[in-house]
Ligand binder design. Structure first.
Ligand SMILES: Nc1ncnc2c1ncn2[C@@H]1O[C@H](COP(=O)(O)OP(=O)(O)OP(=O)(O)O)[C@@H](O)[C@H]1O
Ligand code: SF4
Ligand SMILES: [Mg+2]
Length: 334
C-alpha cells in the first residue's frame, strides 16, 4: 500500500533572539529528522510530552510552516515543489483542527461565516448553495442551525470546536490534522467531540493525524501510534502493539503515567524522572538517555535509528533486550 502522507527526513529549526550583539543566533530544533508514512483512511496518533514538537510537526504537515529540511508529500506529490496556485488547490485536501476552539475562530465572524469562508474562497457555488452547504455541515457536526448566527464568544467550547470541525471538513478534505482537538474541553464534552471526529473519519474515509499528549485519548482513536521525544519519533507501531508491548523505555514511561481506575493499577504508576531536557541543548546520542534506566555508553555516543523489530519501529539500541521475555514483564521506572 502506498502512503497518502509521507514525511522524509523532515526537520524544523526555530531561530531564537540573539542574547548579545556579537553572539551567534541560536536555533531550536523542534523537529529532528522525522520520516513516516500515513496511509489512506487510517488514524495516526502522535503522542509525547509538552514541548516535544507535536504541534510543530502538525504545522509542517498542513503547510502552515515550511520545513527547514526534508520533504512532505501528499499522494506522491512533494508539496514544496508546487507553485502558489497548485498549493492552493492541494490545500483543499488537508485541513487542521486546533486545540483552542475560541482562539482558532475569528471573534468578529458569526459561525455561519466561519464555516462558509473556505467555500467562498474556493468559489464552490452560488451564495444560496453555500448557505445550504453550511447548514448541512452544521447538522453533520451536531451544531444546531439556530446557532449559526452566533459569534464564538456566545457559544460553549464544545460548540466552537464543532464549528472548527465543520470548517475543516467543508471542502471534503482527504486529510485532517487534529492538534489536541479535545484537550481544552471539559471532560464531559471531550468524549462527544472525540466520537464526532471518529464518526466523521469513518463516514468520509478521512486520513487523520491525531495529536495528543494523552495516551488514553490516543488509545481510543488511533490505528497506529507515533511516539515523539525531543523532536524525534522514538516508536512507531500499531496501537495494539504500543499498548501491549511497548518497546521504547519512553513509551513505557508514558504508559505507566496514564491514570488508571483501579487502586492496584494506580500503585504501579510511575512518576516522571525530572524535566525533559531543553530542546536548545538536547543530550547527545539518544535524547532520552538522561532519563533512561537502561542507558549505556553507546546511548551517549550513537543516535539510535528508528528500525523495525518484529513489526514495530523503535529508536533504541537495546530494544530487543528490553523486549526479551525476562524484561517484558518489567515496567520501566525511570
Ligand atoms: N514559533 C516558534 N519559535 C520558537 N520556538 C518554538 C516555536 N514554536 C515552537 N517552538 C518550540 O519548539 C518546541 C516544540 O514545540 P511544540 O509546540 O511543537 O511542542 P508540542 O509537543 O506541541 O507541545 P504541547 O504539548 O505543549 O503543545 C518547544 O520547545 C517550543 O518552545
Ligand atoms: S537508546 Fe539507550 S538511552 Fe535511549 S532509550 Fe534505548 S536504552 Fe535508553
Ligand atoms: Mg502542541
Amino acid at each position: 500500500m502506498s502512503a497518502f502522507l509521507s514525511l522524509r527526513h523532515v526537520g524544523k529549526d526555530y531561530p531564537l533572539a540573539r542574547r548579545g550583539l556579537f553572539l551567534p543566533r541560536r536555533k531550536l530544533r523542534a523537529v529532528d529528522d522525522v520520516s513516516l508514512d500515513v496511509f489512506e483512511g487510517e488514524t495516526l496518533g502522535l503522542v509525547g510530552e509538552s514541548g516535544c514538537g507535536k504541534s510543530s510537526l502538525a504545522r509542517l504537515i498542513v503547510q502552515l510552516e515550511a520545513p527547514s529540511r526534508g520533504a512532505v508529500s501528499l499522494d506522491g506529490i512533494e508539496l514544496a515543489t508546487l507553485d502558489k496556485r497548485a498549493l492552493k488547490q492541494a490545500r483543499r485536501n488537508f485541513q487542521m483542527v486546533f486545540q483552542d476552539p475560541y482562539a482558532s475562530l475569528n471573534p468578529r465572524m458569526k459561525a455561519r461565516a466561519i464555516i462558509g469562508e473556505a467555500l467562498r474562497n474556493y468559489r464552490t457555488g452560488t451564495p444560496d448553495e453555500i448557505e445550504a452547504r453550511v447548514e448541512e455541515l452544521a447538522r453533520q457536526v451536531g451544531l444546531g442551525t439556530h446557532l449559526l448566527d452566533h459569534f464564538p464568544h456566545e457559544l460553549s467550547g464544545g460548540q466552537c470546536q464543532r464549528i472548527g470541525i465543520a470548517r475543516a471538513i467543508a471542502l471534503n478534505p482527504r486529510l485532517i490534522v487534529a492538534d489536541e482537538a479535545v484537550s481544552a474541553l471539559d471532560v464531559s464534552i471531550q468524549a462527544q467531540i472525540l466520537n464526532l471526529i471518529i464518526r466523521l473519519q469513518a463516514e468520509m474515509g478521512l486520513t487523520l493525524v491525531f495529536v495528543s499528549h494523552d495516551m488514553s485519548v490516543i488509545a481510543h482513536v488511533a490505528d497506529r501510534v507515533a511516539v515523539m521525544y525531543l523532536g524525534r519519533i522514538v516508536e512507531l507501531a500499531t496501537t495494539e502493539a504500543v499498548f501491549s508491548r511497548p518497546a521504547h523505555p519512553y513509551t513505557r514511561t508514558l504508559l505507566a503515567a496514564v491514570p488508571t481506575p483501579t487502586p492496584a493499577a494506580r500503585g504501579r504508576r510511575t512518576a516522571w524522572a525530572g524535566e525533559m531536557p531543553s530542546p536548545l541543548a538536547p543530550p547527545s546520542g539518544c535524547h532520552f538517555r538522561t532519563r533512561c534506566a537502561h542507558a549505556t555508553a553507546r546511548c551517549t555516543d550513537e543516535v539510535p535509528a528508528l528500525r523495525d523489530i518484529g513489526g514495530q519501529s523503535v529508536a533504541c539500541h537495546h530494544a530487543e533486550a528490553l523486549l526479551s521475555p525476562t524484561a517484558a514483564s518489567e515496567v520501566v521506572h525511570v
